[in-house]
Design a protein around this ligand. Structure first.
Ligand code: XBP
Ligand code: MG
Length: 252
């Protein structure tokens, strides 16, 4: 029976709720600074999240006529400025980790489980979150940081998960993905991984059919019980998600 040997973590929306008050705000700061008359409000940004990748998201908004046309180099420049603003917001400590994330990461690390990251965001944005929300020691504790443009196709394609598995020499059957969005779940599924989903305000109504466990939060032991949205393996006592639950998902 496949044992849990590796956990690959999505970043945005999973480790922390970075989208609404982090990435979105940083995009808007970059647009304003560049003299572009476009601001993504909370609802608009929710629609735009179906497009993964910041540069791709800007390109999409241009193509649908909401932003002035610009060459790809200009989009990349704008996005680089956005990333700098994002790093500042994160360094200011505005975005905390989601509940239960550090508990699960610490528990898995102590248990000798290989840990890695598989994200669409840029390495610079990921590094800021690790440094300021998780702690610098996690740069060494993650065995792979797979991020951004290192693969040809972003989520929902499986590329970033395949990249991480290959870098680790880890079989898919021993690896669990932790995700927050249907694009992330589709990516993990296409890479042959089991997947636990923790939803957030932007993703709560998305389709996670087939995912192994879908919850409102990972939660904490001394906090109110989490909501279990779907429970494919009929796990018991999911007041909060524990390492034991994640191990049961693998063998279930
Ligand atoms: C989420 C994304 C990213 C972020 C913005 O990535 O799709 O595009 O919204 O970051 P994940 P960038 O959930 O896979 O972590 O602007 O750096 O792309
Ligand atoms: Mg995500």
């Amino acid at each position: 029976m496949p044992e849990l040997k590796c956990m690959l973590w999505d970043v945005d929306g999973t480790l922390a709720d970075t989208e609404r008050d982090g990435h979105r705000v940083a995009f808007n700061m970059a647009f304003k600074e560049a003299g572009i008359e476009r601001q993504w409000d909370i609802a608009t940004y929710g629609e735009l999240l179906k497009v993964t990748g910041g540069k791709e998201r800007i390109q999409f908004d241009i193509e649908r006529g909401y932003m002035p046309d610009m060459p790809y180099e200009k989009i990349a420049e704008l996005h680089a400025r956005k990333t700098i603003h994002y790093q500042t917001l994160i360094a200011d400590g505005l975005i905390p980790l989601r509940s239960g994330v550090l508990r699960l990461l610490e528990g898995a690390y102590q248990d000798g489980i290989t840990l890695g990251v598989a994200t669409t965001t840029t390495p610079a944005a990921l590094h800021a979150l690790i440094e300021h929300a998780l702690g610098k020691e996690w740069f060494d504790r993650f065995a792979v940081l797979a991020a951004g443009d290192i693969v040809p196709h972003k989520k929902p394609a499986p590329d970033i998960y395949n990249y991480a598995l290959e870098a680790l020499g880890m079989p898919a059957e021993n690896t669990l993905a932790l995700e927050d969005s249907s694009n992330g779940w589709l990516s993990a599924q296409a890479a042959g991984l089991k997947c636990v989903v923790t939803v957030n305000g932007y993703t709560a109504n998305q389709n996670f059919e087939g995912a192994d466990l879908v919850v409102s939060e990972f939660g904490e032991r001394d906090a109110p019980a989490i909501e279990v949205i779907s429970n494919k393996h009929d796990l018991k006592a999911v007041e909060c998600v524990t390492l034991s639950h994640l191990k049961q998902v693998m063998v279930g």
